[in-house]
Design a binder for this molecule. Structure first.
Ligand code: SF4
Length: 242
């Protein structure tokens, strides 16, 4: 478990946040921001995203390639001004070979639409490119990547950001926050803030959309969803996109 996540509950598909972090419990984030492994890692310098994906397809930098079906690289326009970073591919993404096409992806698409943001202008990727899971019968249950796996895969996220040079990065959930900003930033305390790390583009911190799936049935899920939409709505102003 990453240092920043000790004591927090774990989610099934990334970015689990503790129940004690409802809007009324949020406190302003006052810790000095650091750059996480994806903004400090040595990385390959590819000519294009396609070349990078080709190179990454043979990656054995950690053990996660062993059980996953395939690498799930980021996708989106090469001139994207905003990059959305999640945790890792889920079961559906691992089968499809594309990021955010499962249930959490549908929530993300709906919230982007409500926020007036066209997903097609965004580059969407994950901090970790292979699906980590445990098997229960025929089911493959999400297992959160550990800090070593996030650091190993920062090699690729750093390279994607180097090619794209976005104006803004959206960190979706705790794993993405760790990859981009290190372990001093607590996702719910910093939620909605744009943090300028010592190196790299500014990072807007928000929840992972899978959190909204897990929060279904809770009294404050509508408020949490509304806050997520408001976070996404800021993309236009922060990137200069219409
Ligand atoms: S999860 Fe990332 S670092 Fe690990 S094998 Fe896959 S691409 Fe390589």
């Amino acid at each position: 478990m990453m240092p920043s996540e000790q004591g927090k509950a774990r989610g099934r598909s990334g970015g689990m946040e503790p129940d004690s972090t409802r809007p009324s419990a949020r406190k302003p984030q006052r810790r000095r921001p650091t750059a996480g492994p994806a903004l400090t890692s040595d990385h390959p310098h590819a000519r294009s995203l396609a070349a990078l994906e080709e190179e990454a397809s043979g990656c054995e930098r950690c053990d996660l390639y062993r059980n996953a079906n395939r690498l799930v690289f980021g996708e989106g326009p090469k001139d994207a001004r905003v990059v959305l970073v999640g945790e890792q591919p889920g079961d559906r993404e691992d089968l499809a070979g594309r990021p955010f096409v499962g249930p959490a992806g549908r929530v993300l698409d709906e919230c982007l639409t409500e926020a007036g943001i066209d997903r097609n202008i965004c580059y969407v990727t994950n901090a970790v490119k292979h699906f980590k899971f445990t098997e229960r019968g025929k089911r493959r249950l999400h297992s959160r990547p550990n800090a070593g796996e996030v650091r190993a895969c920062a090699w690729w996220l750093a390279a994607e950001l180097d090619v794209l040079r976005p104006r803004l990065v959206i960190a979706l959930g705790a794993t993405a926050v760790y990859a981009l900003l290190g372990n001093r930033i607590k996702v719910m305390a910093a939620r909605g803030q744009v943090i300028a790390p010592p190196s790299g583009p500014p990072v807007l911190v928000t929840i992972h959309p899978s959190y909204l799936l897990r929060a279904r049935g809770h009294a404050d899920v509508a408020a949490e969803r509304g806050a997520f939409v408001e976070d996404l709505r800021r993309i236009s102003a922060l990137t200069g996109n219409p």
